[in-house]
Design a protein around this ligand. Structure first.
Ligand code: FES
Ligand SMILES: [Fe+2]
Length: 338
Protein backbone atom coordinates (compact mmCIF):
# COMPACT_ATOMS: atom_id res chain seq x y z
CA UNK A 1 0.00 0.00 0.00
CA UNK A 2 1.21 3.52 -0.72
CA UNK A 3 1.64 6.01 2.10
CA UNK A 4 1.67 9.79 2.37
CA UNK A 5 -1.59 10.06 0.46
CA UNK A 6 -5.23 10.83 1.18
CA UNK A 7 -7.29 7.66 0.80
CA UNK A 8 -10.99 7.89 0.00
CA UNK A 9 -12.31 5.23 2.40
CA UNK A 10 -16.09 5.58 2.74
CA UNK A 11 -19.14 7.49 1.55
CA UNK A 12 -19.67 10.66 3.60
CA UNK A 13 -23.30 9.90 4.31
CA UNK A 14 -22.44 6.49 5.80
CA UNK A 15 -20.56 8.11 8.68
CA UNK A 16 -22.73 9.05 11.65
CA UNK A 17 -22.38 9.16 15.43
CA UNK A 18 -22.28 5.38 15.38
CA UNK A 19 -18.70 4.13 15.12
CA UNK A 20 -17.86 2.64 11.71
CA UNK A 21 -15.02 0.19 11.17
CA UNK A 22 -12.71 0.85 8.19
CA UNK A 23 -10.09 -1.67 7.07
CA UNK A 24 -7.13 -0.65 4.91
CA UNK A 25 -4.81 -3.50 3.97
CA UNK A 26 -5.67 -5.28 7.19
CA UNK A 27 -5.21 -2.20 9.38
CA UNK A 28 -8.38 -1.26 11.22
CA UNK A 29 -9.62 2.21 12.01
CA UNK A 30 -12.76 3.54 13.63
CA UNK A 31 -14.53 6.55 12.15
CA UNK A 32 -17.40 8.61 13.61
CA UNK A 33 -18.91 12.09 13.72
CA UNK A 34 -18.40 14.26 16.80
CA UNK A 35 -21.01 16.60 18.35
CA UNK A 36 -20.29 19.26 15.66
CA UNK A 37 -20.62 16.75 12.81
CA UNK A 38 -16.86 16.72 12.25
CA UNK A 39 -15.45 13.33 11.26
CA UNK A 40 -12.94 11.68 13.61
CA UNK A 41 -10.71 8.74 12.60
CA UNK A 42 -8.76 6.75 15.20
CA UNK A 43 -6.83 3.54 15.35
CA UNK A 44 -9.37 0.83 16.20
CA UNK A 45 -7.22 -0.97 18.79
CA UNK A 46 -7.74 0.21 22.36
CA UNK A 47 -4.44 1.05 24.07
CA UNK A 48 -5.58 -0.78 27.23
CA UNK A 49 -6.09 -4.39 26.17
CA UNK A 50 -6.62 -4.24 22.44
CA UNK A 51 -10.41 -4.34 22.18
CA UNK A 52 -12.03 -2.88 19.07
CA UNK A 53 -13.15 0.71 19.63
CA UNK A 54 -15.62 0.27 16.77
CA UNK A 55 -17.62 -1.92 19.17
CA UNK A 56 -17.92 1.02 21.58
CA UNK A 57 -20.00 4.20 21.43
CA UNK A 58 -19.64 7.92 20.91
CA UNK A 59 -20.14 10.39 23.79
CA UNK A 60 -20.03 13.99 22.60
CA UNK A 61 -16.71 14.29 20.75
CA UNK A 62 -15.24 11.16 22.37
CA UNK A 63 -15.45 7.43 21.85
CA UNK A 64 -15.70 4.95 24.69
CA UNK A 65 -14.16 1.47 24.55
CA UNK A 66 -16.79 -1.23 25.18
CA UNK A 67 -14.47 -3.39 27.35
CA UNK A 68 -13.45 -1.29 30.38
CA UNK A 69 -14.83 2.03 29.27
CA UNK A 70 -11.65 3.99 28.54
CA UNK A 71 -12.66 7.27 26.91
CA UNK A 72 -10.70 8.69 23.98
CA UNK A 73 -10.74 12.28 22.71
CA UNK A 74 -10.87 13.13 19.00
CA UNK A 75 -7.06 13.59 19.02
CA UNK A 76 -6.63 10.00 20.22
CA UNK A 77 -5.64 10.79 23.82
CA UNK A 78 -7.36 8.89 26.61
CA UNK A 79 -9.18 11.28 28.95
CA UNK A 80 -10.76 8.85 31.38
CA UNK A 81 -9.93 5.44 32.85
CA UNK A 82 -13.04 4.47 34.83
CA UNK A 83 -11.29 1.84 36.99
CA UNK A 84 -8.80 4.46 38.26
CA UNK A 85 -9.74 7.10 40.77
CA UNK A 86 -9.85 10.55 39.17
CA UNK A 87 -6.80 11.59 41.23
CA UNK A 88 -4.53 9.16 39.38
CA UNK A 89 -2.90 10.78 36.35
CA UNK A 90 -3.58 9.14 32.98
CA UNK A 91 -0.44 7.49 31.57
CA UNK A 92 1.10 9.19 28.50
CA UNK A 93 0.93 5.98 26.51
CA UNK A 94 -2.83 5.80 26.96
CA UNK A 95 -3.59 6.99 23.43
CA UNK A 96 -4.37 5.75 19.97
CA UNK A 97 -3.29 7.21 16.64
CA UNK A 98 -5.59 9.85 15.16
CA UNK A 99 -5.74 10.28 11.37
CA UNK A 100 -6.25 13.58 9.52
CA UNK A 101 -9.65 13.62 7.79
CA UNK A 102 -11.23 15.52 4.91
CA UNK A 103 -14.71 15.28 3.43
CA UNK A 104 -15.14 15.99 -0.26
CA UNK A 105 -17.06 14.79 -3.33
CA UNK A 106 -19.27 12.58 -1.14
CA UNK A 107 -16.31 10.69 0.36
CA UNK A 108 -14.37 10.62 3.63
CA UNK A 109 -10.61 10.87 3.00
CA UNK A 110 -8.01 9.72 5.55
CA UNK A 111 -4.37 10.73 5.40
CA UNK A 112 -2.16 7.67 5.80
CA UNK A 113 1.48 8.57 6.26
CA UNK A 114 3.88 10.74 8.18
CA UNK A 115 4.15 13.98 6.18
CA UNK A 116 3.42 17.31 7.88
CA UNK A 117 0.30 19.08 6.66
CA UNK A 118 1.92 21.44 4.13
CA UNK A 119 3.89 18.63 2.43
CA UNK A 120 0.91 16.37 1.77
CA UNK A 121 -0.23 15.80 -1.81
CA UNK A 122 -3.52 17.50 -2.68
CA UNK A 123 -6.85 15.79 -3.18
CA UNK A 124 -7.70 15.38 -6.86
CA UNK A 125 -9.85 18.10 -8.44
CA UNK A 126 -13.39 17.17 -9.47
CA UNK A 127 -15.27 20.49 -9.18
CA UNK A 128 -18.35 19.08 -10.95
CA UNK A 129 -18.86 16.80 -7.91
CA UNK A 130 -18.78 19.64 -5.37
CA UNK A 131 -22.26 21.00 -6.01
CA UNK A 132 -24.02 18.52 -8.29
CA UNK A 133 -27.58 19.25 -9.47
CA UNK A 134 -28.79 16.42 -7.29
CA UNK A 135 -27.30 13.93 -4.83
CA UNK A 136 -24.91 11.62 -6.70
CA UNK A 137 -26.00 8.01 -6.87
CA UNK A 138 -23.72 5.49 -5.18
CA UNK A 139 -22.50 2.02 -6.16
CA UNK A 140 -20.52 -0.60 -4.29
CA UNK A 141 -18.78 -3.69 -5.61
CA UNK A 142 -16.29 -6.07 -3.97
CA UNK A 143 -13.46 -7.40 -6.14
CA UNK A 144 -11.33 -10.44 -5.31
CA UNK A 145 -8.15 -8.67 -6.34
CA UNK A 146 -5.50 -6.24 -5.15
CA UNK A 147 -6.39 -2.57 -5.60
CA UNK A 148 -3.44 -1.93 -7.91
CA UNK A 149 -5.13 -4.40 -10.27
CA UNK A 150 -8.68 -3.09 -9.93
CA UNK A 151 -7.52 0.49 -10.61
CA UNK A 152 -5.50 -0.68 -13.55
CA UNK A 153 -8.56 -2.47 -14.91
CA UNK A 154 -10.54 0.76 -14.97
CA UNK A 155 -7.67 2.44 -16.86
CA UNK A 156 -7.38 -0.38 -19.38
CA UNK A 157 -8.79 0.93 -22.66
CA UNK A 158 -8.78 -2.18 -24.86
CA UNK A 159 -10.68 -4.93 -22.98
CA UNK A 160 -14.27 -3.72 -23.47
CA UNK A 161 -14.98 -5.50 -26.81
CA UNK A 162 -14.02 -8.78 -25.15
CA UNK A 163 -15.52 -8.41 -21.72
CA UNK A 164 -18.35 -5.90 -21.80
CA UNK A 165 -20.48 -6.57 -24.87
CA UNK A 166 -23.05 -8.16 -22.59
CA UNK A 167 -23.33 -5.29 -20.14
CA UNK A 168 -22.52 -2.21 -22.20
CA UNK A 169 -23.28 -3.02 -25.82
CA UNK A 170 -22.02 -4.15 -29.18
CA UNK A 171 -19.03 -2.55 -30.88
CA UNK A 172 -19.57 -0.36 -33.93
CA UNK A 173 -17.32 -2.57 -35.97
CA UNK A 174 -16.77 -5.84 -34.13
CA UNK A 175 -13.98 -6.78 -36.52
CA UNK A 176 -12.13 -3.57 -35.72
CA UNK A 177 -10.72 -3.73 -32.21
CA UNK A 178 -7.77 -1.49 -33.04
CA UNK A 179 -7.12 1.34 -30.58
CA UNK A 180 -5.85 4.40 -32.40
CA UNK A 181 -3.21 6.54 -30.72
CA UNK A 182 -4.88 8.57 -28.01
CA UNK A 183 -4.33 11.65 -25.91
CA UNK A 184 -2.53 10.95 -22.64
CA UNK A 185 -1.67 13.59 -20.10
CA UNK A 186 0.61 12.66 -17.19
CA UNK A 187 1.17 15.05 -14.30
CA UNK A 188 2.98 14.88 -10.97
CA UNK A 189 -0.14 13.48 -9.28
CA UNK A 190 -1.89 11.39 -11.86
CA UNK A 191 -2.86 10.79 -15.43
CA UNK A 192 -5.73 11.42 -17.78
CA UNK A 193 -6.54 9.91 -21.19
CA UNK A 194 -9.25 10.65 -23.75
CA UNK A 195 -10.52 8.15 -26.31
CA UNK A 196 -13.37 7.76 -28.76
CA UNK A 197 -15.99 5.12 -27.88
CA UNK A 198 -16.67 2.49 -30.49
CA UNK A 199 -20.00 1.25 -29.22
CA UNK A 200 -22.80 1.13 -31.75
CA UNK A 201 -25.77 0.23 -29.65
CA UNK A 202 -25.86 0.71 -25.90
CA UNK A 203 -27.86 -1.86 -23.93
CA UNK A 204 -30.80 -0.88 -21.75
CA UNK A 205 -32.90 2.27 -21.47
CA UNK A 206 -29.88 4.59 -21.56
CA UNK A 207 -29.80 4.24 -25.35
CA UNK A 208 -33.07 6.22 -25.63
CA UNK A 209 -31.44 9.18 -23.92
CA UNK A 210 -28.01 9.03 -25.49
CA UNK A 211 -28.46 9.54 -29.18
CA UNK A 212 -25.08 8.08 -29.73
CA UNK A 213 -25.46 7.85 -33.49
CA UNK A 214 -25.60 11.64 -33.77
CA UNK A 215 -22.38 12.19 -31.89
CA UNK A 216 -18.82 11.03 -31.63
CA UNK A 217 -18.95 9.70 -28.11
CA UNK A 218 -15.75 9.75 -26.09
CA UNK A 219 -14.54 8.66 -22.69
CA UNK A 220 -12.12 10.21 -20.25
CA UNK A 221 -10.05 8.04 -17.91
CA UNK A 222 -8.29 9.49 -14.85
CA UNK A 223 -6.03 8.00 -12.21
CA UNK A 224 -5.47 10.04 -9.04
CA UNK A 225 -3.23 8.29 -6.51
CA UNK A 226 -3.41 6.48 -4.29
CA UNK A 227 -6.85 4.94 -4.85
CA UNK A 228 -9.04 6.99 -7.19
CA UNK A 229 -10.01 6.43 -10.78
CA UNK A 230 -12.56 8.44 -12.74
CA UNK A 231 -14.63 7.59 -15.74
CA UNK A 232 -16.42 10.26 -17.80
CA UNK A 233 -18.54 9.11 -20.72
CA UNK A 234 -19.54 11.92 -23.08
CA UNK A 235 -22.28 11.81 -25.69
CA UNK A 236 -22.36 15.28 -27.16
CA UNK A 237 -23.52 17.49 -24.32
CA UNK A 238 -24.66 14.51 -22.25
CA UNK A 239 -22.23 13.23 -19.66
CA UNK A 240 -22.15 10.35 -17.19
CA UNK A 241 -19.34 10.65 -14.66
CA UNK A 242 -18.10 8.49 -11.80
CA UNK A 243 -15.42 8.83 -9.15
CA UNK A 244 -14.35 5.37 -8.01
CA UNK A 245 -12.62 4.83 -4.67
CA UNK A 246 -10.71 1.52 -4.67
CA UNK A 247 -10.61 0.68 -0.97
CA UNK A 248 -7.84 -1.86 -0.29
CA UNK A 249 -9.27 -4.14 2.38
CA UNK A 250 -6.52 -6.74 2.05
CA UNK A 251 -4.26 -8.19 -0.65
CA UNK A 252 -7.12 -10.05 -2.29
CA UNK A 253 -10.10 -7.83 -1.53
CA UNK A 254 -10.89 -4.38 -2.85
CA UNK A 255 -14.20 -2.64 -2.26
CA UNK A 256 -14.90 -0.17 -5.03
CA UNK A 257 -17.31 2.57 -3.97
CA UNK A 258 -18.35 5.09 -6.56
CA UNK A 259 -20.33 8.32 -6.70
CA UNK A 260 -22.04 8.92 -10.02
CA UNK A 261 -23.53 12.02 -11.60
CA UNK A 262 -25.01 12.78 -15.00
CA UNK A 263 -25.68 16.02 -16.81
CA UNK A 264 -29.25 15.17 -17.86
CA UNK A 265 -32.59 13.96 -16.49
CA UNK A 266 -31.91 15.26 -13.02
CA UNK A 267 -35.18 17.09 -12.43
CA UNK A 268 -37.87 14.41 -12.55
CA UNK A 269 -37.33 12.26 -9.46
CA UNK A 270 -39.25 9.28 -10.80
CA UNK A 271 -37.21 9.06 -14.00
CA UNK A 272 -33.96 10.07 -12.29
CA UNK A 273 -34.27 7.34 -9.67
CA UNK A 274 -35.26 4.76 -12.22
CA UNK A 275 -32.26 5.68 -14.40
CA UNK A 276 -29.96 5.62 -11.34
CA UNK A 277 -31.21 2.15 -10.56
CA UNK A 278 -30.61 1.01 -14.11
CA UNK A 279 -27.10 2.56 -14.18
CA UNK A 280 -26.27 0.79 -10.92
CA UNK A 281 -27.40 -2.55 -12.38
CA UNK A 282 -25.24 -2.06 -15.47
CA UNK A 283 -22.36 -1.00 -13.21
CA UNK A 284 -22.65 -4.20 -11.17
CA UNK A 285 -22.69 -6.26 -14.34
CA UNK A 286 -19.58 -4.53 -15.67
CA UNK A 287 -17.76 -5.10 -12.36
CA UNK A 288 -18.81 -8.76 -12.29
CA UNK A 289 -17.44 -9.22 -15.80
CA UNK A 290 -14.18 -7.49 -14.80
CA UNK A 291 -13.84 -9.38 -11.52
CA UNK A 292 -13.94 -12.77 -13.26
CA UNK A 293 -10.73 -11.95 -15.12
CA UNK A 294 -8.92 -9.50 -12.85
CA UNK A 295 -8.87 -12.00 -9.96
CA UNK A 296 -6.91 -14.41 -12.20
CA UNK A 297 -4.09 -11.96 -12.97
CA UNK A 298 -0.62 -12.84 -11.76
CA UNK A 299 1.24 -11.43 -9.98
CA UNK A 300 -1.53 -10.33 -7.60
CA UNK A 301 0.01 -6.86 -7.26
CA UNK A 302 0.46 -4.87 -10.45
CA UNK A 303 4.21 -5.06 -11.13
CA UNK A 304 5.92 -1.68 -11.02
CA UNK A 305 7.85 -2.25 -14.22
CA UNK A 306 7.00 -3.71 -17.58
CA UNK A 307 9.47 -6.60 -17.28
CA UNK A 308 7.09 -9.44 -16.32
CA UNK A 309 4.40 -8.42 -18.81
CA UNK A 310 4.33 -7.33 -22.40
CA UNK A 311 2.63 -4.00 -22.93
CA UNK A 312 1.69 -2.74 -26.38
CA UNK A 313 0.86 0.74 -27.73
CA UNK A 314 -2.80 0.66 -26.63
CA UNK A 315 -1.60 0.09 -23.04
CA UNK A 316 -0.15 3.61 -22.85
CA UNK A 317 -2.41 4.47 -19.86
CA UNK A 318 -1.16 1.40 -18.01
CA UNK A 319 2.50 2.09 -18.69
CA UNK A 320 2.06 5.64 -17.40
CA UNK A 321 0.18 4.28 -14.35
CA UNK A 322 2.99 1.84 -13.57
CA UNK A 323 5.55 4.62 -13.95
CA UNK A 324 3.70 6.71 -11.37
CA UNK A 325 3.48 3.77 -8.96
CA UNK A 326 7.19 3.14 -9.46
CA UNK A 327 7.94 6.80 -8.76
CA UNK A 328 6.03 6.70 -5.44
CA UNK A 329 7.75 3.45 -4.55
CA UNK A 330 11.18 4.94 -5.34
CA UNK A 331 10.29 7.88 -3.09
CA UNK A 332 9.87 5.32 -0.29
CA UNK A 333 6.12 5.96 -0.11
CA UNK A 334 5.21 2.34 0.63
CA UNK A 335 3.84 1.17 3.96
CA UNK A 336 5.75 -1.48 5.89
CA UNK A 337 2.95 -4.01 5.51
CA UNK A 338 3.55 -4.33 1.77
S1 FES B 1 -9.61 -2.86 26.28
FE1 FES B 1 -10.42 -0.90 25.97
S2 FES B 1 -10.86 -0.22 27.93
FE2 FES B 1 -9.95 -2.11 28.29
FE1 LIG C 1 -13.94 -3.40 -17.54
Amino acid sequence: MFKNFWYAVEFSNTITKRPTLITLMGKKMVVYRDSQGKVVALDNRCAHRGAALAGGWVEGDCIRCPYHGWRYEADGSCSQIPANSAAIPIPKRARVEAYPVQEKYGFIWLFIGDLPEHDRPPLPLFPQFEHPTREPSQSVYTFNAHFTRTMENTLDVSHAPFMHQGSVGKSKTPENTVIEDYELDVTEWGLSATLGIKINRINGPMRFFLKEDDQDPWKQYIFAPPNITYSGVNFGRLKIESILAHIPVDENTTIVKSVNIRSFLNHTPLISNWLDHNTAQVGTRICTEDNVVVQTQLPRLAPLTNSTELMVASDATLMAYRKLLKKFSDMGWITDAS
